[in-house]
Design a protein around this ligand. Structure first.
Ligand code: NAD
Length: 262
């Protein structure tokens, strides 16, 4: 597989979890990286410096709040200024809120849709013109198994992630005759802060130990009974950026231990 030297990537929500795994995999392939997300400034700076040290690439950080469209445009502009261009866009930032539909707070619906779906639209819209000029680009949207199937108490998340897969297909068709591809990755359970929160809530709700709640959460959905890892999602992202993946267009690729095979 060719290296991604001379390429520049934005990975949204890359201060932790899956996004950080993707940023590290792209950096290992030689790509310059714009990190983004929330968190403690010193911890983020540590991760940024580690990328530079481990892989000898250029890494910058931008604190854009991706629930705000204007800040997404500014993130793309800042990356273009600081890294020269945006060749790869990974829309990864996301949040979860769980509640039955009749109790689902309207402001949480708006927040989940804004970040998990609309931010992808605003970022893609902003990067496409420069990708078209160079006739090369890779857009990778981190959807979810919940973009393919539903679960209870996740109305906003399921709607947003199904929307991401629809958006992925639409953009893939609009760019089908170009060197730009757009695909979605659909992880099953990955042990990140987003999931740890759900495990802790489950343990409290069912009055069971956290270890038991973690095992139950996995076995309920994921036939492998193993978490997928940020490194595996990162490796698939690098593959989707390669020439070998040039005709993978508009796909929604599960990395889910068999979840959606059932
Ligand atoms: P995480 O909580 O570890 O990471 C989320 C990232 O998004 C963090 O860097 C956070 O700072 C950032 N973020 C949150 N709000 C933001 C905002 N308004 N603007 C910019 N950045 C913001 O969670 P994760 O599990 O790594 O999730 C990453 C993506 O993977 C999400 O889109 C999530 O839906 C998806 N996903 C996760 C799983 C899983 O099991 N963990 C499964 C399927 C899909």
């Amino acid at each position: 597989m060719e290296l991604l030297t001379e390429k520049a990537a934005i990975v949204t929500g890359s201060t932790s979890g899956i996004g950080l795994g993707i940023a590290r995999a792209l950096a290992e392939a030689g790509c310059n990286i714009m990190l983004n997300g929330f968190g403690e400034a010193s911890a983020i700076e540590r991760e940024r410096k580690q990328l530079v040290k481990d892989f000898g690439i250029e890494a910058h950080f931008n604190s854009a709040d991706l629930s705000k469209p204007v800040e997404i445009v500014e993130l793309v502009e800042a990356t273009t200024r600081e890294l020269g261009q945006v060749d790869i866009l990974v829309n990864n930032a996301g949040i979860q809120h769980t509640a039955p539909i009749e109790n689902f707070p309207a402001d949480r619906w708006d927040a989940v849709i804004a970040l998990n779906l609309s931010s992808n639209f605003h970022a893609i819209r902003s990067v496409i013109p420069q990708m078209r000029k160079r006739n090369w680009g890779r857009i990778i949207n981190i959807a979810s198994t919940h973009g393919l199937v539903a679960s209870v108490n996740k109305a906003a998340y399921v709607a947003a992630k199904h929307g991401v897969i629809g958006l992925t297909k639409a953009v893939a068709l609009e760019t089908a005759t170009t060197g730009i591809t757009c695909n979605a990755i659909c992880p099953g359970w990955v042990l990140t802060t987003l999931v740890v929160k759900q495990i802790v809530e489950r343990a409290a709700r069912e009055k069971i130990p956290v270890d038991q709640a973690r095992a139950d959460l996995l076995s309920e959905k994921q036939p492998s009974h193993e978490f997928a890892t940020p490194e595996q999602i990162g490796a698939l992202t690098v593959f989707l950026c390669s020439g070998a993946a040039a005709q993978i267009r508009g796909a929604a690729l599960p990395v889910d231990g068999g979840w959606t095979a059932q």
